[in-house]
Every structure is written in C-alpha cells, then in structure tokens.
Write a protein that binds this ligand. Structure first.
Ligand code: E4P
Length: 218
C-alpha cells in the first residue's frame, strides 16, 4: 500500500518527502482554501516536490466545465490527476478525460455502487471517505474492504485511495482491508512514527551508551 499526503501545504509536503515514505499527494478545494497562495501557483510547486500522482479537484459541476478544467489541470504537469466528484455528469467527464489519457480520481465515494460507476467510467483512482462515514455511525473501513473485493472480483483496474483518514489506526485498518493507497493529513503521518516504547528504547540505549563511555574514561 502506498502512502499519500492529503494537503495543499507545500511546507508539509516538502518535510514529508524528506522522510522518503510518501509517493503522492491529494488535495481538495477546502484544503486549497486554507493556504494563502492561489492554488494555480501551489499546484506546480507540489508537482516539483513529489515524484508521483498529485490529485487536483475541479470546481465545475457541469460536464463541459469539468472537462475543460480537467484538461487545464492535467496540462500543469504529467503527474497531475484530475479529481472529479461522483455525479452523472462527472462520470461523463471521466470517460472523456480517460479517453484522452488523463488520469482521474473519483472523489466523495460513500458506497460500493458509486465505486462501481467510477470504475466503469474509467477512473484510475477511487476515493472512499472513511472518516466522514465513521462520523455518521457507519464503518468506513468496511466500505474500503468491500470496494477492494468488488474491483478484484470483477477485474476492474482502478486503484482504491482510502481517504478522509483521521488517525493512525485508520491507516492500519485500510492496509489490512487491501487499499492500494492511504492518503492522510501530515499530523497522522507524523503520528504513525510514534510509540512510547520507541521513545523509551531510544532514551535507554543512549543512556547505556553514555554510562559505558563514562565508565571507560575513568
Ligand atoms: C481526499 O482525497 C480528501 O481530500 C480528504 O481525504 C477528505 O478528508 P476529510 O473528510 O478529513 O475532509
């Protein structure tokens, strides 16, 4: 399973890329709106930092608008993946863009049927939102597992991006559920490194080393 960062913040991406663990980025209009700079300026910077897919979402809701925005976004960099919501016009746009060789990530997926529609339209990626399902008392991870199974059963090629991840336990769960990718906030990626026994272990190793060195010098 690949790990992506779900952010439009260039500093977070620059830092996480250094750690060597992420190979893609997803953004959405809300994430872009949190940044001071215009997204048109941010997108090329993100693509320069990450050697992998970078999802950028369209704002239009009509077919023509989505296709035209999608083409413009895809022209920014070969790694740009156009993000389109699961609507009938959206899937019409996916079909057209896919025919032109442009990769699309279908977003706001909350059911297996929506995932099926996206895959049939030609989506390269499908993004079920697990945290938002958990928020309303459903089990987001179960949806990821079902989508992975259905795509596999019917030999559909789209990759599943487990999105709307809220904590490290979600990452483990979607990895076990067979997601191809987990996209997460910077804070969750950082939390993944942490365990109190790791901190305690590092501290005791260093203390033992220093004690032995001090004893040898006596
Ligand atoms: C995914 O592509 C979305 O950008 C994102 O994961 C949404 O997460 P949220 O539900 O925390 O806003």
């Amino acid at each position: 399973m690949n790990l992506y960062l779900d952010t439009a913040n260039v500093d977070e991406i620059r830092e996480a890329v250094k750690w060597g663990v992420i190979c893609g980025v997803t953004t959405n209009p809300s994430l872009a709106a949190r940044e001071d700079e215009d997204f048109a300026k941010i997108l090329p910077s993100i693509c320069d930092l990450v050697d992998g897919p970078v999802s950028a979402e369209v704002i239009s809701l009509d077919y023509e608008g989505m296709v035209s925005e999608g083409r413009k976004l895809a022209a920014v960099h070969p790694n740009v993946v156009v993000k389109i919501p699961i609507t009938p016009e959206g899937m019409q746009a996916v079909k057209m863009l896919a025919k032109e060789g442009i990769k699309v990530n279908v977003t706001l997926i909350f059911t297996v049927n929506q995932a099926l529609l996206a895959a049939k339209a030609g989506a390269a990626f499908i993004s079920p939102f697990i945290g938002r399902l958990d928020d309303i008392g459903h089990r987001g991870v179960d949806l990821v597992q079902d989508i992975v199974e259905v795509l596999h059963l019917h030999k559909l090629k789209a990759e599943v991006i487990a999105a709307s991840i809220r904590h490290p336990e979600h990452v483990t769960a979607v990895a076990l559920a067979g997601a191809h990718i987990a996209t997460m906030p910077y804070s969750v990626l950082k939390q993944m490194f942490k365990h109190p026994l790791t901190d305690a272990g590092i501290e005791s190793f260093l203390n033992d080393w220093k004690k032995a060195e001090a004893a040898r010098k006596k």
